[in-house]
Structures are given as C-alpha cells and as structure tokens.
Design a protein around this ligand. Structure first.
Ligand code: TMP
Length: 210
C-alpha cells in the first residue's frame, strides 16, 4: 500500500508521517517512510541541486529534475517494497509536481501529468492526505524555525504558495476517491487522529488480505 502526504511547506507533513508510521507499526505493519525528492543516493543528490539557492532553474528543467528523482525512487525502492507487502509512506509524490510546477510555476498541467506518468510508470497512491493550512500559518511556522534559512523553493513567495494551495484543492476535489483533505492548523495530535480515522478502514482491509 502506498500512502502519500501532500501540502505546502510548513503544513506539518513530517510530524504526521512519523506519528502515522508509529501507529501502523504498533498494529504490526512493516512500514517504510520516504521523502520526495529523495530516498536514494541519486534522488538525494538531485534534491540538493533543486533546493540550493546557488542555481536559477527554469520551470521545465525544475520539473524534469523532480521527475528524474521520482523515477529512480519508484523503480529502485517503492515498487520493490510494495512487492514485499510493505506499507510505503511517502512525503510528497507526483501531486507535488502538479501543484508546484503546474499550478505554482504555471507549466501546462496536462504536460506535468504526462511527465508524472512517465516517472511513476502509472503508479498511483492508494490514499493521499492533503494537509491544508492557510498560507499565513505556513509562513509563521517557517519564520519560527530557528536557524534554518529558506531553500530555493521556499523563496518562491506568497503568491506562488497561494497558487500551489489552490492547485492542491483542485486536484483533491478532482480525485475525491483518493484524496483526504485534512485541516492541519490544529494540534499535531488532532491532525493525527483525523488521519487515523480516515485510514483505519483501508488498513483493516489491507491486514485482512496480508
Ligand atoms: P520538502 O521540503 O517537503 O521535502 O520538499 C522539497 C521542496 O520541493 C518543497 O518546497 C516542495 C518542492 N517540490 C516540488 O516543487 N515539486 C515536486 O515534485 C516535489 C516532490 C517537491
């Protein structure tokens, strides 16, 4: 089973992924957590290039780098893990490219979707959580993070993140079956409870089959 988390920077995905992984582990599941871009040495190297403020990257080049990192992760890590019945939780997946490079940067959304298809080989998450927070809250959280400077993507500005958030909302409403929109501006525990309640039925089906 492939579970993905999406949302703008500062939506609390990593905290929620750690909490969900622990919750699933406590129910006897074998869980692998990954992040995009990342999860392989190649994809982590691509991540450094993408996030470094040293480079100015054209939106199409940016898209293709995210897709290259994704293709490597899917083929060398995610598919083999799914083949061994491991629950894979991924911090971002193809919807990030649709939201950030499509809606955010303004590339054609259908072009981005075609690139997503090529990179994933058609692999789709079983369930996707969109952790939705107001841009203001995301910016306050980023400002509160001591000592960390904004990476190249985080420097994209408020209007960009508004478009990304609207993009996610559109994708989530178009793919209602797969998406769960979770309001993520409450406490981590409340958000976690909302995630667990949405996923428990799917997990029950999965463990019954395993
Ligand atoms: P992270 O900070 O959540 O790990 O994600 C890295 C950054 O890359 C974040 O700003 C979102 C961005 N991103 C894209 O723009 N497109 C993508 O396809 C992915 C996976 C991430």
């Amino acid at each position: 089973m492939l579970i993905t988390f999406e949302g703008i920077d500062g939506s609390g995905k990593s905290t929620q992924i750690a909490m969900l992984a622990q919750w699933l582990g406590g129910r006897g599941a074998t869980v692998l957590t990954l992040r995009e871009p990342g999860g392989t040495t190649f994809s982590e190297a691509v991540r450094s290039v993408l996030l470094s403020t040293k480079h100015e990257i054209h939106p199409r080049a940016e898209l293709l780098l995210f897709e290259a990192a994704r293709a490597q992760l899917v083929e060398t890590v995610i598919r083999p893990a799914l083949g061994r019945n491991i629950i894979v939780i991924c911090d971002r997946f193809a919807d990030s490219s649709t939201a950030y490079q499509g809606y955010g940067r303004g590339l054609s959304v259908s072009d981005v979707e075609n690139c997503n298809f090529m990179a994933t080989g058609g692999l789709k998450p079983d369930i996707t959580f969109f952790l939705d927070i107001p841009i203001e809250t995301a910016f306050e959280r980023a400002a509160g993070r001591n000592g960390s400077t904004a990476d190249r993507m985080e420097q994209s500005g408020r209007d960009f993140f508004e478009r990304v958030r609207e993009g996610y909302t559109l994708i989530a409403t178009t793919e209602k079956e797969r998406f769960r929109i979770i309001r993520a501006d409450s406490t981590p525990q409340k958000v976690h409870e909302a995630v667990c309640s949405e996923i428990s039925e799917l997990i029950a089906q999965y463990t019954a089959k395993a």
